[in-house]
Design a protein around this ligand. Sequence first.
Ligand code: GLC
Length: 735
Amino acid sequence: MNKNELLELLNSMTIKEKIGQLLQLSSAFYSNKDVVTGPLRFLGIDKENVELSGSTLNLVSADAIIHTQKEHLEKSDKKIPLLFMADVINGYKTIFPTPLALGCTFHPELLRDCARIAAKEASVAGLHVTYSPMVDLVRDARWGRVMESTGEDSFLNSVYAKEIVKGYQGNSLLDEYTIAACVKHFAAYGAPSGGREYGWVDMSERLLREQYLVAYKAAIDENCALVMSSFNTLNGIPATGDKWLMREILRDEWGFDGVIISDYAAIAELVAHGYAKDDKEAAKIALEAGIDIDMMTSVYVKNLEKLIHEKQVSIDLLDESVLRVLELKNKLGLFENPYRFANPTLEKELILSKEHRKVARKAATESMVLLKNNGILPLKKSIIENQKIACIGPYVDSKSLYGAWSIFGNREDAITLKEAIINRKEDIQVEFLDGCKILSEDPWNLDKRDITPLEEEKMLEEAIHLASNSDVVVLALGEHYIYTGEGSSRGDITLPKVQLNLFEKVYEVNKNIIVVLFNGRPLDIVSIEGRAAAILEAWYPGTEGGNAICDIIFGDVNPSGRLSMSFPYCVGQVPIYYNNYNTGRPANEKVYENRYSSRYIDIPNKPLYPFGYGLSYSKFEYSNIGLENTVLASTGSIKASVIIKNNSEYSGTEIVQLYIRDLYGSVVRPLKELKGFRRISLQPYEEKEVVFEITEDMLRFYNTKMNYESEEGEFTLFIGHDSSVSNGINFILKK
Ligand code: GLC
């Protein structure tokens, strides 16, 4: 349809038909008819509302979507097709590592490829929109949803956001194998007070703009089709009712003219926030803020018509929102073909194809981070052929490798660590035991034990016996996947006690422990870190997880993952992030000689492992860091270069990271900020020069007048392996 035809359609619609387009209902309302009288009757949605609704969430599969669309159109007087949206967060059926893990690849093109594959599988399954990418900046590992973000750095998250949107949307939403992206959760949902889910967010506009809004903007600049408003308040105003955020920034400043969808029930929640007196006022506030689609409540359908008749809300506002929804359907080509690319045959053919699994395996190996290695890894042939390996732990043979937001992935498709080792058919002496369950308690009801103490004791004894008769132990530990994701904030971010006990008992009889971690958030692992021989952070590695872990521990792949989020020394440090400030009394990390300095008296300031950190089997050496010029003019650029040598027998990939510190300014500036990175592959003993262009725009920040500008002065440039790099070289900006 062209614009005029869309306007004609809009003008032909009744007010009920218009409001219906702003209602999104879950799949339950379309798959079984009694739902309007059944458990969801409290929603007050009636049959007519369902028939007039504009979109649905999490109804998937080509057959179901074709059937539902057909039924819907038969009842639609204006033949307006339904939009099918879903949470395809890290893959549809081929499941990739969780986004925080993918963030550790420092490989943006790989994230684009994962999104492209997710879009391919989801589009032939009939889907039109994914509620992804989630680009909330995260600094607090207590918050369960850190696993959904690509991490703590706004620059890195922005680079990823662009690539993920490109992967989903391709060049045009009319092209096959594409789906529309929905960037979320706008805005700053990742900074809840105390790390507590749905918590209030308070921060200066400077911090908001400088750190928290950057990645959303990157997605919008990449033409991301939708934005999802967040649950949280921002400086006292719920984002979902915040005109400043939704209209002044998102639409007026950034020029976003796409659809804004509320998060689940977030419009109704304006009442609970104490920002709306009742649903009717909530409807007025949300529509005026520019929220187009009301996800899963009846607030719009029950109140907008009255508000318009009472002239409390202008019909123009309603038309504006409805037109955006119709335009999105038009961009997807739904008026010409309401079934778009839904194809049951292709769905079977493409999903979990060999090519997709191959990319999933690559993504998993590149997202894993080697945190510690005393040289025991990679397990050499000499160990494999002559020594006995014990694989112990609740994740040894667990299929639960997907994380909390892989709701369409079948866990049965995952390759476990045990299966992968067996599939290698190596001449390897290995035995497998769980040693304990992930939790002693029922994960869904922590007051109920899931295993009797006697059974637990027996599992432990068998594991200790095996470990005492083995040369090396691979200990697969982790947090239960429902301990991360939405509604999973934790005050204690250590491993489950039963697993810590397993480590202790195994360590008593065998010191050669390789810990493999399966978790969504950075954990507090300080109690085991000092005694493990090696620690591989596998995160939730997805469908090919087991194979990817084997690729690394047996040396087929040299690990290259670098942390996208700091690992705290303990939960007392969070929120912790590398780009923090010097303070007026910086503590001397080496010797805490001065009590009156910015430090804790009982724990270090430094995280256990910093942003950007990760080991490799190679030994990368940096030398000859230099600047072609130490004066940068505002219009020009200066080259910074470094020589990287792979001083080892292993070929490998190094992530060379560029940080800059503004030594003084009209506001205090972070100790360092990531301004660039390069993935470079080096053969054994090979060396390469890496060059970065330093330009004035890298030095901009929000000054005291909230202008985004650079200021003349002195800067220190660091090029290193991770954010703890300390020796830098100085240059000045001369405007
Ligand atoms: C959830 C999440 C959001 C998700 C939506 C639809 O509450 O906050 O990320 O996309 O509802 O499932």
